[in-house]
Ligand binder design. Structure first.
Ligand SMILES: [Zn+2]
Length: 525
């Protein structure tokens, strides 16, 4: 074996890692690298040295006691050797203390490729699951993670379906074709970040540590729910929200990462509510997460669920009367439209449409209570956090909707009538919201509202007593997922919830009787 390291050290020293205060020169003249090459030469068999090997130092670590560890990359006949890297250890006197590497044997390999680069690239691109967004490149290498094989390393760049970046490395057998090995250069791992949210205080969010640096707002522990930034656009899907230090936002809309925290948190709580309360894994009960688009358009005062993309979209509000629409009950509301779509799928018009909207209001309310967040306490209002006028108000009395007395919004009816199906679904929903309140709480006026019990019911039954939110949630969820169908109306909802209550609690029980009484109290008999 002919080997002369002093001639073969051809590349630059890329990185010098200092473990002590000792300064180490960042170039090839570094004496530690020279000592490392000498140690390599003197232990050639252990290092699997072959004629044609070349080494370039990548990193030098120096311990406090003077020991040195020099990391080298290997080339063979000018080709990079994947898996040929080696760390050479030396004591303070520069004597070899062994080495670490994974080469099975010294290379003896023919380096003439039988297939060309274009063919290798075509084979790799065929494997890529995402959407390519840059030209692919190929480089002839020796793949030595195992038995050495002449290969093309093909880099395919693109984006996966959830918007996350991907840089796939495919190793294609350069003699016969076929995939030898592959990995994604964009590595991910679940971590916990901190978010200074707009509505929910300082909260923990589950994020994704990216190998390229920084963090993405993606929850690997809950079906990969993720948040994209629309950056005021109204088309396309935006780009994944990322953050340099995993501390998101500043509790104000001045930082565009702030509401990413609200949305990630609301999504997490909604996921957990359905899972822990109803055993439902994700919106469609398939364990698959959903995506959220924030900063949609300009001054947009709405939020919506889209069945086609199984995604939520949130406007920023107008900044004068309305904050961004990212309160936890709004998030729970939108995601519950998704649950609706994969269960009863109540048609979004007429009485069934009102029930569809009410389903979202009911679960949005239950999720707000479930979260037990002191900054966004549970109540029977919907969307009160969105009103800028409520800033700092502990017990707000202004909201988008009032479940205990829907007419407080100025438009919704409190009591059922046969013409209700002609109303907008966001108004006809009031009857079922009203039912839900009375079933959970009875004819009890919430603190802060100047009403009498008689004003809460449509039939004078002021002795109506509630059976609690847990029972309401169980009964409504079972009615939705087992009994309601696309055209269910209010009479059908009464029947569905009675069947559900009888299934869970028995036919002649307090709970089943309470369901009948609560419907009667809103005029559905
Ligand atoms: Zn809705």
């Amino acid at each position: 074996m002919k080997f002369n390291p002093s001639l073969l050290l051809c590349a630059t020293l890329l990185n010098v890692h200092m473990m002590s205060s000792l300064a180490i020169a960042g170039n090839n003249e570094n004496p530690a690298v020279q000592r490392g090459l000498t140690a390599l030469k003197n232990n050639g068999a252990a290092a699997r040295l072959a004629e044609g090997d070349q080494f370039s130092a990548r990193e030098v670590v120096k311990d406090k006691d003077g020991s040195e560890h020099v990391r080298f990359e290997r080339k063979h006949k000018g080709l990079r050797v994947i898996g040929g890297d080696i760390v050479v250890h030396m004591n303070a006197a520069g004597q070899s203390k062994g080495q670490h590497h994974t080469m099975e044997s010294a290379l003896q390999i023919d380096t003439i490729a039988q297939i060309d680069e274009a063919s290798a690239i075509a084979m790799a691109e065929q494997q890529f699951a995402g959407t390519r967004n840059a030209p692919s490149t190929a480089d002839l290498v020796i793949h030595a993670r195992g038995a050495a094989m002449l290969s093309y390393e093909v880099l395919v760049h693109g984006e996966m379906h959830d918007g996350s970046p991907s840089e796939m490395h495919y190793f294609i057998d350069a003699k016969r074709g076929g995939i030898v090995d592959k990995w994604d250069g964009i590595e991910t791992s679940a971590v916990t970040g901190s978010a200074k949210s707009l509505f929910d205080g300082v909260i923990s969010v589950n994020t994704d540590s990216l190998s390229v640096g920084g963090y993405a707002m993606r929850d690997l522990t809950r079906g990969n729910n993720y948040v994209n930034n629309m950056a005021n656009r109204t088309s396309g899907s935006g780009s994944l929200m990322t953050d340099a230090d995993n501390v998101w936002g500043n509790s104000s809309t001045s930082d565009n990462a702030t509401i990413a925290g609200d949305v990630a948190y609301g999504t997490l709580m909604t996921w957990d509510y359905y899972k822990n309360t109803h055993g439902r894994l994700g919106i469609a009960n398939d364990g698959i997460g959903s995506s959220s688009k924030i900063h949609f358009g300009r001054n947009y005062v709405n939020a919506f669920w889209n069945d086609a993309c199984k995604c939520m979209t949130y406007g920023d509000g107008d900044g004068r009367t309305y904050y961004p629409l990212v309160a936890i009950d709004v998030i729970g509301h939108e995601m519950s439209h998704g649950v609706m779509s994969s269960s009863a799928a109540l048609v979004y018009s007429g009485e069934s449409g009102g029930l569809n909207e009410a389903n979202s209001d009911i679960f949005g309310m239950l999720i707000k209570f479930y979260a037990k967040n002191p900054s966004a306490p549970g109540n029977y209002l919907n969307g009160e956090k969105l009103l800028i006028a409520n800033t700092g108000v502990t017990n707000p009395t202004k909201a988008f909707r009032y479940m205990f007395k829907p007419s407080l919004d100025g438009s919704s009816p409190d009591c059922y009538s046969s013409t209700i199906g002609s109303l907008d679904v966001h108004l006809s929903s009031g009857i079922a919201n009203h039912f839900a309140y009375l079933l959970a709480e009875g004819a009890v006026v919430p603190t802060g509202f100047n009403l009498t019990p008689a004003q809460l019911v449509c039939n004078g039954n002021t002795s109506l007593t509630g059976i609690g939110r847990d029972a309401l949630g169980k009964i409504w969820y079972r009615a939705l997922t087992v009994y309601m169908t696309s055209n269910t109306n209010y009479a059908g909802a009464r029947s569905a919830t009675l069947s559900a209550a009888a299934d869970i609690y028995g036919a002649n029980t307090t709970q089943t009787t309470a369901v009948a009484n609560a419907w009667s109290a809103v005029g559905v008999n």
